[in-house]
Design a protein around this ligand. Structure first.
Ligand code: NAP
Length: 492
């Protein structure tokens, strides 16, 4: 087995089939957000020369990998899936230690990465081009899908193995070579995914992992002209910068960005069912999902009752060490994030919005060395307020009361984002109207905003993406380009 460790608890980059330290020898620390005494490891603090070496390796491997049969590529992805599956217990725990979501979620996410690898192993073997009729009866006219070449994959910390896998697996399945820059809060999951693929027999240079900061690694990577495609998941702010940069140098770009996702609860909904799904959508993973529910848009006739139900459920959630089985909510990713979210809660309260429960920093019962905030619920939120408009990326839910379906839809759509949305109702007509009218890339009826399966397209409308989609067959559109071939017989 390849080992990424260059010394105890120090993890290197993976470049051209070798685990190696940053050229400078520098490292950075990764500590658990649940307990800053828990040192997860030291990781390579890379810079431009490490990025250049990784891009060179990817460029040199590109022709060989492009010419490797899709069946052979699929076999490697299948093998990596089985290797990852055999390590689920270990990686799930590591994910929880470095990201802070509960162990159940950490194990579940690792299982999802396995499923994604299997899916793209299958997808690599699907038909990839089309035959067309031609004006000439003798011409064989067809399209082929070809890889882009070297792609940069830049990922956030909140799904530290699932998101990297749903970019890396299709990129490789369709014949691209990769330079992968993971989030600096979660480099260990990136190391584990890379190890599984390396151990499965991926040739040198096909996948290169470079850890380090946005400025030292991200910047030189996206500016390298040899990188022809960039797939980025993260904040709208960084997404906006990448849009300009990619447009300037003509790189293909895919962005998956933030959300301000609504769950509409109509008066006829099953209240207990809606309650469970709204609370799970808002609070699981400490509200740090792009698809998290942050607005509960509730029919005024049931708003008070539903708010009371939400309050009882949310204030009863067990917050604490995510490795413990009884914990339902872990920490935020960083001290800065916890302070920011607690500050937003304070500011909303000061502006007159009713804080029903939660929102304060937690330092008791073993939470003193982590970045914990009590899950917060606001009522009386207005659509145009900061709570009604901005992604806080934490365990904060606001209830907006509305009069009926039309107002609910207008409020739901009154944001610059359009990632996911839910409706809770028993009325089929309203469900169909919602599916038609809601401005969101992922639509749920009677289930939470955060569910997403790997075999279907994933992505947002409006400010939540670049109108492209990840996962499922949609991933092929980003990671391939079309070649049209006119094949005529020589004159006889
Ligand atoms: P972020 O700060 O934008 O960072 C995302 C990644 O980009 C990290 O690897 C980061 O590196 C890197 N990066 C930052 N600036 C860069 C630059 N100028 N050039 C190149 N790379 C750069 O986002 P985050 O805080 O990790 O993630 C939270 C956000 O992601 C939320 O808005 C959330 O909604 C969104 N998200 C969206 C989806 C989706 O599918 N739509 C899924 C998950 C999360 P460092 O870590 O080293 O800073």
């Amino acid at each position: 087995m390849t080992t990424p460790a260059t010394k105890m608890e120090t993890y290197g980059n993976y470049i051209n089939g070798e685990w190696r330290p940053a050229a400078s020898g520098g490292t950075f620390e990764n500590r658990s957000p649940a307990n800053t005494d828990d040192l997860v490891g030291h990781f390579a603090a890379s810079a431009a020369e490490d990025v250049a070496a990784a891009v060179t390796a990817a460029a040199e491997a590109a022709d060989g990998w492009r010419r490797t049969s899709p069946i052979a590529r699929a076999n490697i992805l299948f093998k990596a899936a089985e290797i990852l599956a055999s390590r689920t217990e270990q990686i799930g725990r590591e994910l929880t230690r470095e990201e802070g979501k509960t162990l159940k979620e950490g194990l579940g996410e690792t299982g999802r990465a396995v499923q994604i690898l299997r899916y793209y192993a299958g997808e690599a073997q699907q038909p990839a081009g089309e035959n067309y009729p031609s004006a000439s009866p003798y011409t064989l006219l067809y399209t082929a899908r070809e890889p882009l070449g070297v792609v940069a994959l830049i990922t956030p910390w909140n799904f530290p193995i699932a998101i990297p896998t749903w970019k890396v697996a299709p990129a490789l399945a369709f014949g691209n070579t990769v330079v992968f820059k993971p989030a600096s809060y979660t480099p260990l999951c990136a190391v584990r995914l890379t190890e599984a693929l390396a151990d499965a027999g991926l040739p040198p240079g096909v996948l290169n992992l470079v850890t380090g900061s946005a400025g030292s690694v991200g910047d030189p990577l996206v500016q390298d002209d040899r990188v022809v495609g960039i797939s980025f998941t993260g904040s709208n702010q960084v997404g906006a910068e990448l849009r300009m940069l990619a447009a300037k140098r003509g790189a293909k770009l895919q962005l998956e960005l933030g959300g301000k996702n609504p769950a509409i609860v109509l008066a006829d909904a099953d209240m207990e069912h809606a309650l469970t799904h709204v609370v799970n959508g808002a609070m699981m993973s400490t509200g740090q999902k792009c698809t998290a529910t942050s607005r509960a848009i509730v029919d005024r006739s049931v708003a008070d009752r539903f708010t009371e139900m939400l309050s009882a459920r949310i204030s009863g959630l067990t917050v604490g060490d995510p490795l413990l089985a009884e914990t339902q909510i872990g920490p935020l990713i960083s001290e800065e994030a916890a302070e920011r979210v607690a500050g937003e809660v304070g500011a909303a309260k000061d502006s007159g919005v009713t804080l029903v429960t939660g929102g304060s920093r937690l330092r008791e019962n073993g939470t003193g060395k982590g970045h914990f905030v009590a899950p917060a619920l606001f009522s009386g939120v207005t659509s145009d307020s900061r709570l009604g408009q901005e992604e806080l990326f934490g365990p904060v839910l606001g209830v907006i009361a509305v009069d009926g379906m039309d107002e609910a839809l207008a409020v739901a759509n009154n944001v610059r984002f359009g990632l996911s949305a839910s409706l809770f109702t028993r009325d089929l007509g309203k469900a169909l109207a919602f599916a038609r009218e809601i401005q969101a890339g992922i639509v749920h009826v009677n289930s939470e905003t955060a569910g997403a399966e790997p075999q279907v397209p994933f992505g947002g409308m409006k400010g939540s993406s670049s109108y492209s989609r990840e996962q499922g067959k949609a991933a092929r559109d980003f990671f391939t380009q079309i070649k049209t071939v006119y094949l005529d017989p020589p004159p006889s």
